[in-house]
Design a protein around this ligand. Sequence first.
Ligand code: MG
Ligand code: ZN
Length: 184
Amino acid sequence: MATNGLQPAVFLDRDGVINRFPGEGQFVVSWDGFEFMPEVRPSLKRLRSAGYVLVLVTNQSGVGRGLMDLDDLHEIHEKMQAELGSEALDGIFYCPHHPDDGCDCRKPSTVMIQRAAEAHGIDLPKSFLVGDSGRDIEMGRAAGCTTILCRQNLPPSIASMQKRYQPHAFAKTLPEAVDWILQG
Ligand SMILES: [Mg+2]
Ligand SMILES: [Zn+2]
């Protein structure tokens, strides 16, 4: 633990990082649609062993769009945590709102990270954000974290994404992102 009593964290996006991205405009609305990415448990284990608090931060506008309700979302997260077992995430923060609602918590807002930092005593400048979208990187940077854009297939627009969002690093997979974090 750091001398200020705060702990470093790794903030993880959900769709596209923990589980397969369901596709543009598609939503994971039940456990049936949730498919873990490879090597998630060992990746989380490595981060936890290195002293990181593990926090999920996810926009789930499928709730606000009426495609699922909060009970459906909670059930998905309960089953995810059960599957992760000893590597279950320390915190789960989500924005359930419709993008047009103008809520204050939807990424790229840093509100979910701020809530997590308060709840878990997190040292944001010593923390990392791993996500697959520009919104993730924008949020992480605004919160003062080191950011990793994690995408299996880097889009053709990668140069413009790099220029626009300026992630600190790229990784094709979560294990690769963990390698980068742990090599200091
Ligand atoms: Mg994502
Ligand atoms: Zn929200």
